[in-house]
Design a protein around this ligand. Sequence first.
Ligand SMILES: [Cu+2]
Length: 333
Amino acid sequence: MITRKSVNTMSDAEKATFVHALLELKSRGEYDKFVHWHHHVMIPTILPYEPRDANFRNGAHRGPAFLPWHREFLMQLEQELRTIEPTTFIPFWDWTADAKLPDPASAPIWADNFMGGNGIESDEWRVQTGQFAHKAGKWPVPPLPDDDLPGPGLKRQFGRILPSLPTEEDLKLASAEFFYDTPNYDRSPFTIGFRNRLEGWVTQRGDSRVKTPGSQLHNRVHLWVGGNMEPMTSPNDPVFFMHHCFVDKVWADWQAVQLAENPDAAPHYAPERDGPPSHNLGDQLKPWTRKVQDVISVTKLGYEYEAGPSGPMLMSVTKDAIRRRVRNPFWAD
Ligand SMILES: [Cu+2]
């Protein structure tokens, strides 16, 4: 069983091992296929009455398969990293913890011994510190599709597009959702469900309880980091995987709560069938072989999440609720 830890509880040795595995994978020419997989999954998977537009929905985003596709994607990377460093794992970046810091740029994830820090404007927003910095010469990244920033190298622009990371309070709006996803299984701000919330499409337009304008949760983190995290080639920034690892942990926590509270509604995924192609429970997670239904249980897949600060907090609230329900069958929250 692989235990994925928080970036904030990893030892320096574990960080060094993880960084080494990434750099080695890159030098072997095996990392860039992850960027291409993410980029090329832009296959439109639309229902007959929907617009013929790849941006409407694709096999990995803006629909129910967002979470299972990225779960498989993370496992594919982790498996390859472990052929280089057999004890390594993908750590999760709890951005709600960093949102509490006076300066999230000072968080451990951006330290010199890990992901390196923000970019600087005088150098086309290239990252200056750590092993992934352009000048360290170990992490080649092609130019962004941006005429104003024509040069290569890893780039970040913390807080420039959106000024803040999502908070614990923001995340609770997603964790409190009962349905995994609902028709039309899209990215409308009005589409109800855990997946659409966590992906970040339910904005103030769709729900007045949302505190900050603009993109939420998963999407907001891509935009807050900026630079290479903006386009569909976002795995060019290795922080992509730590971000998505936390998204996957939030899903795993939600699944555990749902299984405890509403076991009859398992597998807690929708649609089971007749939804957009590539997004149904029995559909294949392209370009790999596993199907959505094969990646529902993290335990069956052979990994678990270390109980980070957000885990027990979410669970303890819910455990109380479960206890109340078990004791009193007529209880309603
Ligand atoms: Cu993402």
